[in-house]
Design a protein around this ligand. Structure first.
Ligand SMILES: Cc1ncc(C[n+]2csc(CCOP(=O)(O)OP(=O)(O)O)c2C)c(N)n1
Ligand SMILES: CC(=O)[C@@H](O)[C@H](O)COP(=O)(O)O
Ligand SMILES: [Mg+2]
Length: 633
């Protein structure tokens, strides 16, 4: 049979297909998505789940004049394939390849850059309002998942759109899944289907209640209670959205193309805000992903025939995430005050074992980073020791909660920031490049970063012993394979560790970059350049006296961090030297003042000079310059 997908290079060509050809196109889209994600890794289940929706949207609406906004954007692979990007699709998520998320600079069909969740309704509303102001005759559609709907920002936008009575279409893609099973009262409410059972019960109970009415003196409280319960079971998701001022359609089978197209056509005619609620299956059409949607939410390369991920080499060290998760379980065994919190990332943050060992002390709050932090503040205010594990990039959302609700009151909340630094293929939306800068600006907060897994354990234990807020950040990926002793020794607050002594220059590094600095120093030692290497361990407070003493005798200081240079660790060191009037040449190595694209972590480090080889090259030049100065003098 002739393949259809290669013939569709634009939404216009999709519109020209016969309706009967669409199921075949859906199959081909799924095959292409599975093949590419199996090779490159990526977000599989969500994209497979919206194949029919994507076809229907591009048949009914006219992108790019009409604007389609994808929430998070991890489900937009079929959209990319139908909007002229088939040729580049094999480069998905690779260095200089197609982004895994919608990107305005990639295509006119990608109308809003995204990667963090729950922004689609706000952005769509802005675009719809702008369209009115500009007199544009276009239609705006936001597609948001049930997981992303749990974030406050989505409700802020619904509230505003309903108030404005703004013409726009919001599609709620309900697969009852976030990364893992969706959680929360809203999710339970949404999944309550209007079954015929509900109707029958409602009818029966109403009749019974009516029978009671002539008999004055019966149990009125009981009657009222039963009436309320009947009403509650009669409440539907539609009522919720209608309460927000939206016209509600659904729930609708999101894999039924005919129904989808018909309903979308009708929805597009309505003058005010419309919410179309569709039910889909995450991973649809690829059995391993249907069976295990959490595993196939975001996955590395795998065998497309079996869905199996290649086993890691036997000697592969555990990831920082795994060490964090396991250590928290151990620490919680002897400290009943420990409570763990995740914002819809139990797997990603390594908290799954904790949730299984201590279900009563574990909270998945949904995609609600701001709430997670203030919830932790509440727990801490009553004497508990909450540990909030959030990816560095998503913690950006909760800056004010960290500042206002935790640090202002000096509450003992531990902030565990996973994915600190460059994360790789997810790219600029997800790099944890800013945390050291924004956290170090907050009073009372201790900020640290470990150089290896054992140092992470030490910081974890230390954080729980401090009577105030404490943040540590650690990178994505494997640890160094360092030995993890039985007994974890805490660290003195603000204490650095001198790993190497040498008169020719001083490297002060933090977190993941300590290993690179050490490797550079060791390489240079073989060439007769003898450097000191200090693991700062803390960004705040800095180990002031030791750093000053070492720097006073060094021909130069090089600071190294996997964080933006603006306001980061190197800046902190410079400020301190300046405050005491210490004059020493300081070279800062870190992430430059621009958004960093996707690629493997190794490619990114290399491109930014954040590895031992590049550091060694810079130091060689510096030392030669220094020698030239000396001989000239
Ligand atoms: C602010 C923020 N927090 C967390 C995430 C991580 N994340 C990406 S997708 C996802 C689940 C989204 O669920 P849903 O919107 O229902 O989409 P589905 O994957 O089910 O299609 C989460 C938690 C994120 N991208 N942004
Ligand atoms: C889309 C999204 O935000 C998450 O799925 C994220 O991509 C997970 O990243 P990790 O693969 O680092 O857990
Ligand atoms: Mg979902």
């Amino acid at each position: 049979m002739e393949r259809l997908l290669p013939q569709i290079q634009s939404p216009e060509q999709l519109k020209a297909l016969d309706k009967k050809q669409l199921p075949q196109l859906a199959r081909e889209l799924r095959e292409q998505i599975v093949t590419t994600v199996a090779a490159n890794g990526g977000h599989l289940g969500s994209s497979l789940g919206v194949v029919e929706l994507t076809i229907a949207l591009h048949r009914v609406f006219s992108s790019p004049a009409d604007k389609i906004l994808w929430d998070v954007g991890h489900q937009a692979y079929a959209h990319k394939l139908l909007t002229g990007r088939q040729e580049q699709f094999p480069t998905l998520r690779q260095w200089q390849g197609l982004s895994g998320f919608p990107k305005r600079k990639e295509s006119v069909h990608d109308v809003f850059d995204v990667g963090h969740s729950s922004t689609s309704v706000s952005a769509a509303l802005g675009m719809a309002v702008a369209g009115d102001i500009l007199g544009a005759d276009d239609r705006i559609v936001a597609v948001i998942g049930d997981g992303s709907l749990t974030a406050g920002m989505a409700f802020e936008a619904l509230n505003h759109a309903g108030h404005l009575k703004q013409k726009m279409v919001v599609i709620l893609n309900d697969n009852e899944m976030s990364i893992s099973r969706n959680v929360g009262a809203l999710s339970s409410f949404m999944s309550r289907k209007m079954t015929s059972d509900t109707f029958i019960r409602f009818k029966k109970e109403t009749e019974t209640l009516l029978n009671y009415i002539p008999g004055i003196g019966r149990d009125l409280v009981g009657i009222a209670k039963r009436a309320e319960e009947s009403l509650k079971s009669f409440m539907t998701p539609g009522m919720l959205f209608e309460g927000f001022g939206f016209d509600y359609f659904g729930p609708l089978d999101g894999h039924n193309l005919e129904d989808l197209m018909e309903t979308l056509k009708n929805a597009a005619q309505i003058k005010g805000p419309v919410l179309l609620h569709i039910l889909t299956k995450k991973g649809k059409g690829y059995e391993p992903a249907e069976k295990n949607p959490a595993k196939f939410h975001g996955i590395g390369p795998f065998d497309p025939q079996t869905g199996e991920v290649p086993a890691p080499a036997a000697a592969t060290p555990p990831s920082y995430t795994e060490v964090f998760g396991r250590t928290l379980v151990d620490l919680a065994a002897t400290d009943q005050r420990i409570v763990a919190i995740t914002a819809a990332m139990a797997e990603g943050t390594g908290l799954k074992p904790f949730s299984q060992t201590y279900p009563q002390r574990f909270y998945d709050v949904g995609i609600a980073e701001q709430h997670a932090v203030t919830f932790a503040a509440g727990l801490a205010a009553r004497g508990l020791r909450p540990v909030v594990a959030i990816y560095s990039t998503f913690m950006q959302r909760a800056f004010d909660q960290v500042l206002h609700d935790v640090c202002l009151q000096n509450l003992p909340v531990t902030l565990a920031l996973d994915r600190g630094g460059l994360v790789g293929a997810d790219g600029p939306t997800h790099h944890g490049a800013f945390d050291l800068s924004f956290l170090r600006s907050i009073p009372n907060l201790i900020v640290a970063a470990p150089r290896d897994e054992y140092q992470l354990q030490r910081l974890m234990k230390t954080a729980l012993s401090v009577d105030g807020p404490f943040a540590y950040r650690y990178p994505r990926g494997k640890g160094t394979g360092t030995l993890l002793p039985e007994e974890i020794e805490p660290v003195a607050i603000g204490q650095s560790e001198l790993l190497r002594e040498g008169p020719d220059g001083l490297l002060i590094a933090i977190g993941s970059m300590v290993q690179q600095a050490l490797a550079a120093a060791e390489q240079l030692a073989t060439e007769g350049i003898d450097l000191g290497v200090l693991d700062a361990r803390f960004i705040k407070p800095l180990d002031r006296d030791r750093m000053i003493a070492l720097a006073e005798n060094a021909p130069f200081v090089m600071t190294v961090e996997e964080n933006v240079l603006q306001g980061g660790f190197g800046s902190a060191v410079l400020e301190m030297f300046s405050d005491v009037g210490l004059q020493v040449p300081v070279i800062r190595i870190g992430i430059p003042d621009r958004f960093i694209e996707q690629g493997s972590q190794a490619q990114l480090y290399d491109s930014l000079g954040l590895n031992a080889e590049h550091m060694a090259t810079r130091i060689r030049k510096l030392v030669k310059l220094e020698e030239r100065h000396q001989s000239a003098g």
